[in-house]
Write a protein that binds this ligand. Structure first.
Ligand SMILES: CC(C)(COP(=O)(O)OP(=O)(O)OC[C@H]1O[C@@H](n2cnc3c(N)ncnc32)[C@H](O)[C@@H]1OP(=O)(O)O)[C@@H](O)C(=O)NCCC(=O)NCCS
Length: 223
């Protein structure tokens, strides 16, 4: 298998390097990580996880056209959405989909630019959209639809036949009972048990989950 030159956007979360290492070690892909891009000029010339910070995303157009790009702005979905749009405006089309070798992807679909960490469980016939982040041991039930740019935290469970709208954030260790819809750009707080549909642009938390104060950035940055 010939090596893919890879550059990661965002020198922020160390777990992407571990994921790339695990993929290479298992032989499921051959990823040559060249370094990071970051729009923070103070990071230029520094190293992150032993790899160089090569420059800004604007450098992509000239220098990184032949690279596969992994997007590592993981936990802040409005920022991630903005970054995806920015990469599109730079005509970056070779997005890397990173799937930990422990994951059984049979009977499921996973979109481009998504990152699935160790131990994620995908029920049959579920669909994961583009640029999603599923953290370790997240469970997506059978026949679920997870739309684009969705974050699912560690140990969170999306019950069977659920739908999670674009830009939603599912906090760690939360449970969404089957057949529910989490609206676009909504947030489910950590450890919540969601027992009703959640409309778009709403924050819910607790057991049973109820509406709370909405973080201003969700709507302002993603509309
Ligand atoms: C729900 C959430 C978004 C709210 O954030 P926030 O608006 O900054 O809320 P605050 O921290 O100001 O808390 C407001 C109130 O809600 C309560 N609260 C916050 N999050 C809660 C949660 N998950 N479950 C129950 N109560 C919660 C707080 O105790 C506080 O109560 P009080 O007013 O009686 O003191 C946030 O707490 C959360 O759960 N984020 C998810 C984090 C996560 O899973 N990250 C994954 C990273 S891997």
């Amino acid at each position: 298998m010939s090596a893919k030159s890879v550059v990661v956007v965002g020198a922020t979360a160390p777990d992407i390097v571990k994921l790339i290492t695990a993929i290479n070690r298992a032989g499921s892909d051959n990823l040559a990580l060249e370094g990071f891009l970051d729009d923070d000029p103070s990071k230029l010339g520094t190293e992150f996880m032993g790899y160089p910070v090569l420059g800004t995303t604007a450098a992509l157009r000239d220098r990184f056209r032949d690279f596969w790009v992994a997007n590592n702005v993981a936990r802040d979905m409005p920022t991630r959405q903005k970054l995806v749009r920015r990469l599109a405006s730079l005509h970056v089309t070779r997005h890397l989909t990173l799937i930990h070798p422990s994951i059984d992807t049979s009977y499921s679909k996973i979109g481009e630019g998504s990152m699935l960490q160790e131990g994620v469980v995908l029920g049959p016939l579920c669909e994961i959209g583009d640029h999603c982040v599923l953290y370790a041991r997240a469970i997506i039930g059978h026949e679920c639809i997870v739309e684009d740019v969705v974050f699912v935290g560690n140990n969170a469970i999306v019950g069977a036949r659920g739908r999670v709208g674009t830009g939603a954030f599912i906090g760690l260790n939360s449970v969404i009972i089957p057949y529910l819809t989490i609206g676009a750009r909504s947030t489910v707080g950590a450890g919540s048990v969601v027992v009703r549909n959640v409309p778009p642009d709403q924050t819910v938390f607790g057991n049973p989950a109820r509406a709370g104060v909405q973080p201003a950035q969700s709507v302002a940055q993603m509309s």
